[in-house]
Design a protein around this ligand. Structure first.
Ligand SMILES: Nc1ncnc2c1ncn2[C@@H]1O[C@H](COP(=O)(O)OP(=O)(O)OP(=O)(O)O)[C@@H](O)[C@H]1O
Length: 197
């Protein structure tokens, strides 16, 4: 695979749900290590764009490439090289952060030790044995980020990861994303407002 291949590439992408035109004529290209925000009002089409990139839905027009492949082409395709934090991700509140992340690690065929390393990277080591039901919003978002980072994805798609976070926690998250992008991970996040980025 060529090193300069864009990680994510969209060309004239549109998506229609029946009568609703959710996305129209979107084109962009994200190289390795890019850190980009999709900013738009409620219903602007941010989540739709992420689902298209993940291959969960197909475009009505245009084309998408993730590392040169059609993300909707198959389960073993490009989707496995993306990490996704869905909007309003929620976890079983009766499990500890460690149990949650180890569960997702098994789904991604990662070792438990990888999950424990990620908990440390997102600053949740000390809280790892506490139940998620007692986590703050910022702690849950960091757990979600760790879940998205399992499997060493080439790109992270984070759907409104900063909603409900106070400025200090938000900036802590940005610092973490800057480090990841510096290491070559492409980071795409969505937000309602520029102030949220
Ligand atoms: N499965 C669906 N069926 C029908 N319409 C849909 C579906 N998913 C999204 N839409 C519509 O597509 C448009 C874009 O929705 P989308 O969720 O992508 O926007 P968004 O920018 O992520 O919004 P928000 O900021 O509120 O999360 C909206 O008008 C929405 O109602």
């Amino acid at each position: 695979m060529k090193a300069d291949l864009p990680v994510i590439e969209l060309e004239g992408v549109a998506k229609r749900y029946g009568a609703v035109q959710a996305v129209r004529d979107v084109s962009f290209s994200l190289p390795q290590g890019a850190r980009v925000a999709l900013v738009g009002h409620n219903g602007a089409g941010k989540t739709t764009l992420m689902k298209l990139m993940l291959g969960l839905i197909r475009p009505s027009a245009g084309s998408l490439r993730v590392l040169g492949e059609d993300p909707a082409a198959g389960v073993a395709g490009a989707r496995q090289r993306l990490g996704w934090l869905p909007e309003n991700a929620s976890f079983n509140p009766s499990l500890t952060g460690r149990e949650v992340l180890r569960f997702f690690a098994r789904l991604k065929r990662e070792r438990a030790a990888v999950a424990d390393d990620l908990l440390e990277r997102v600053g949740l080591s000390e809280a790892a044995r506490r139940r998620v039901g007692g986590y703050s919003k910022g702690m849950r978002q960091r757990l979600g980020l760790a879940q998205a980072m399992l499997g060493s994805p080439r790109a992270l798609l984070l759907d409104e990861p900063t909603t409900g976070l106070d400025p200090a926690v938000r900036h802590g998250l940005y610092d973490m994303l800057a480090v990841l992008a510096g290491g070559g991970t492409t980071v795409l996040l969505s937000s309602h407002a520029l102030a949220g980025c």
